[in-house]
Write a protein that binds this ligand. Structure first.
Ligand code: F6P
Length: 334
């Protein structure tokens, strides 16, 4: 069979390992093709045969060697027609789409329209793909956010300041929650739990009175500032950390600084967890292809690797809730 592999949406540490491992397994029996720049690779016919030997040197770095984009192949019918035509000409039997909700929804449409068989693999540092406990890249991003926060903390303590760390996370506050728990931040703000900023300022004032410094972690997704939108309708986020720091300084009179690591936490080399997760997801994607089990997304549930129909997970986000929200409330409930 001719099997194409693509990565779509924001890059995530561990993608290269997934692509490499899958190629290594597939190439024994099948022709493997890298589809460059996500779904755009089909529209541009940027599809090239690859071997694991081509990929090994970059397999353990962050980023995605086969590139990515936020191209929506079904943006309009004219584009969808080019997409269908090109896919036919390329003759790919199976596409493994490694991505978040947007990439996976395009995969589901590709399968539903009978254009190719697909297998989905979830990745995003945000960890918000429905139906899986973990996505490739989340663990690394959290570990990097913790490093930044701990470094920031030492200088906050030294100067007796208040600090605000803004981390990525569009719909879901997983990165902020895990960073806050791991560093025992004094307050954490996540999109799932709107909070009046005066509550944050009061907590900061109280903590500061006791020990002379305070730390707040905020998810970028709590506020949108408009600006350009991508082909799936998402606006660019970022900047709320600065606004919150200014607010806290104004209300409390305490010197407050913000840091926004932004994409830096996304570009790091993958942690052990993300490496092994990528290998396990790739192995299961290979098993699905060998078994002719298409239209499925590989998922991590309670430590096991399973397959779920892609259609079951689309259009929903995995948000902070249940046990995790209770944990949030334990420390930052108002
Ligand atoms: O898709 C995950 C993500 O890292 C979000 O947390 C963030 O808002 C977005 O990507 C940033 O995307 P870009 O790289 O296009 O700026």
């Amino acid at each position: 069979m001719k099997v194409g592999i693509l990565t779509g949406g924001g890059d995530a540490p561990g993608l290269n390992i997934a692509v490499y491992t899958l190629t290594k397994l597939l190439e024994k029996k099948h022709e493997v093709y890298a589809i460059y720049h996500g779904w755009r690779g089909i529209l541009d016919k940027e599809v090239r045969r690859v071997t694991s030997k081509d990929l090994i040197d970059f397999a353990f770095t962050g980023g995605t060697f086969i590139r990515t984009s936020r191209t929506n192949p079904f943006k309009d019918e004219a584009r969808a027609e080019v997409f269908a035509r090109n896919l036919k000409e390329l003759g790919l039997d199976v596409i493994v789409a490694i991505g978040g909700d947007d990439t996976l929804s395009a995969a589901a449409q590709t399968q539903a329209r009978g254009l190719a068989n697909v297998v989905g693999v979830p990745k995003t540092i945000d960890n918000d793909v429905y139906g899986t406990d973990y996505t490739i890249g989340f663990d690394t991003a959290v570990n990097e956010a913790i490093k930044v926060t701990e470094n920031f903390k030492t200088t906050l303590i030294s100067h007796e300041r208040v600090g605000v760390v803004e981390v990525m996370g569009r719909e879901a506050g997983w990165i902020a929650l895990f960073t806050g728990l791991a560093t025992m931040a004094d307050f954490v703000l996540i999109p799932e739990r709107p909070v009046n900023w005066d509550v944050v300022a009061n907590r900061v004032k109280e903590v500061y009175r006791g020990r002379g410094w305070a730390l707040v972690v905020v998810s970028e997704g709590i506020k949108e500032y408009g600006g350009p939108r991508d082909e799936f309708g998402h606006s660019r986020l970022g900047g709320v950390g600065n606004e919150l720091a200014q607010y806290i300084e104004k209300v409390t009179g305490l010197e407050t600084r913000a840091v926004i690591p932004g994409h830096v936490i996304r570009g790091a080399p993958p942690t052990a967890f993300d490496r092994v997760l990528a290998v396990r997801f790739a192995t299961e994607a290979f098993n699905a292809i060998e078994g002719g089990d298409f239209g499925k997304m590989i998922a991590y549930r309670g430590g096991d690797i399973v397959r779920v129909p892609i259609t079951e997970v689309l259009g929903k986000n995995r948000l902070v809730s249940g046990y995790w929200m209770r944990l949030y409330e334990t420390y930052w409930g108002t």
